[in-house]
Write a protein that binds this ligand. Structure first.
Ligand SMILES: Cc1ncc(C[n+]2csc(CCOP(=O)(O)OP(=O)(O)O)c2C)c(N)n1
Length: 401
């Protein structure tokens, strides 16, 4: 194992003093150390491509390379700016990538990491990016880091340092941001699922939200056939939901999203908002954090999702949470009855005033829940592989897979 403080010192003494990236569980200690100690010299980006852009701008204005950190799931997001901006065939910009290697061949990991784990090194090789796996002792790691930074500078190109599971010794975040609400995310999810019509389908986002959807169904004694658990592809759940909503306009589709994921691909909301899919409801559970990979902050605490959604063209419904004066006390039952009320009101109004609804512009719904960070320690994972999830789901949609 290596110590994060020494590693950061090595980077700084080699000339790398700015850091941008998207958090990853394998880099949890590294990210926590940056958050506590690097202040304005550290930016948590919306997505990995944005972090590469930031590093390019930093180099243009300082002449020094920045470090871009990411989980290898974000490699795809970074490929375009790596190829068309930083590559020696284009602007030739030095930077150091620090990449958490989920799904390393031979190491057991979740299904969504298997393919990405296999292609991480070959993909960098294809891109012509020099790659080294960081050794697991401080001295050797420092030596490799100095050598790679020197290569990046000498050849004016990106280089990559690969981080295996368990490389960094534990560093616990000191500057914890306070929660923006008391409601536990799992309770909000259970309240929503309890209220949904039986024939509604769900598309849930990457990370703990999907795991909580899965566990909640188990707890309620329900099956999993109505839930598409988007285990990878962070930020695209709303577009998957829109694909379904357009193909089956009579089906109610609910997208259960996170703040980090919706910010990562915020452009998707602009398109979904104008889609005209009135059978689609997009629900964001905002905890102002990348909770699933260590609780690092997002800008979710500083932005008004409801205003953004409204501008993007959604029909923003009043959150059940806001119907309670003391929202500290809201739990599963209050969320469920609030959601029930919203759903029943809409159905009844449509029944009694069909002409009025026919004349209204067709818009998808948007609902925001502000929730606390954190999850149950014993939160499980889906037991069925993604392809079983897909087949069951398509059967529910009445489609042969
Ligand atoms: C492209 C990509 N980058 C990074 C990750 C790692 N990752 C998995 S879940 C997650 C955080 C999700 O945050 P949010 O959507 O706010 O949901 P929360 O975990 O807070 O409930 C991250 C960064 C990923 N899976 N894919």
């Amino acid at each position: 194992m290596i110590a994060v403080d020494r590693f950061v010192e090595t980077l700084k003494s080699a000339g790398v003093g700015f850091f941008a990236g998207v958090p990853d569980s394998l880099l949890k200690s590294f990210c926590a150390y940056l958050t506590d100690n690097c202040g304005e010299d550290h930016v948590i980006a919306a997505n990995e491509g944005g972090a590469v852009g930031f590093a390019a701008g930093h180099y243009l204005a300082s002449g020094s390379p920045a470090l871009v950190y990411m989980q290898n799931s974000g490699q795809g997001n970074s490929v375009n700016p790596l190829c068309s901006l930083a590559d020696p065939d284009v602007y030739s910009i030095p930077m150091v990538l620090l990449v958490g290697w989920r799904g390393e061949p031979g190491v057991k990991d979740e299904p969504q990491h298997v393919k990405q784990g296999k292609v991480t090194l070959p993909l960098f090789e294809t891109l012509g990016i020099l790659t080294e796996v960081l050794p697991d002792d401080d001295e050797s790691a420092a030596e490799v880091t100095r050598k790679m930074v020197a290569r990046a500078m000498a050849e004016s190109r990106p280089v990559a340092l690969i981080v295996r599971k368990g490389l960094f010794a534990e560093y616990k975040l000191q500057n914890k941001q306070s929660d923006i609400a008391a409601l536990p995310r799992e309770q909000a999810i259970e309240g929503v699922l309890r209220a949904l019509p039986a024939d509604a389908v769900v598309v849930s986002t990457t990370g703990m939200i999907s795991r909580e959807v899965y566990e909640t169904r188990e707890r309620l004694g329900q099956g999993h056939e109505c839930d598409f658990l988007t285990v990878g592809s962070m930020g695209h759940a709303s577009m998957i939901a829109m694909g379904i909503a357009k193909a089956q306009p009579n089906r109610k589709v609910y997208c259960l999203d996170g703040d980090g994921a919706s910010i990562m691909q915020m452009g998707n909301m602009a398109i979904v908002g104008r889609s005209g899919c009135e059978n689609l409801t997009h629900i964001v559970f905002n905890n102002a954090a990348h909770d699933s990979v260590g609780g690092q902050p997002t800008v979710g605490g500083d932005i008004d999702f409801e205003k953004i959604a409204e501008e993007f063209g959604y029909n923003v419904l009043q959150s059940p949470q806001d119907q309670y004066v003391n929202s500290e006390r809201i739990g599963v039952d209050e969320v469920a009855s609030g959601m029930n009320w919203l759903i029943t009101m809409e159905e009844q109004s449509r029944q009694y005033k069909p002409d009025y609804y026919d004349e209204l512009p067709k818009k998808p719904n948007f609902i925001l829940f502000k929730v606390a960070k954190g999850a149950r320690k014993d939160l499980g994972r889906p037991k069925e592989p993604p392809q079983v999830n897909k087949s069951l789901y398509m059967k529910t949609l009445g489609v042969k897979s």
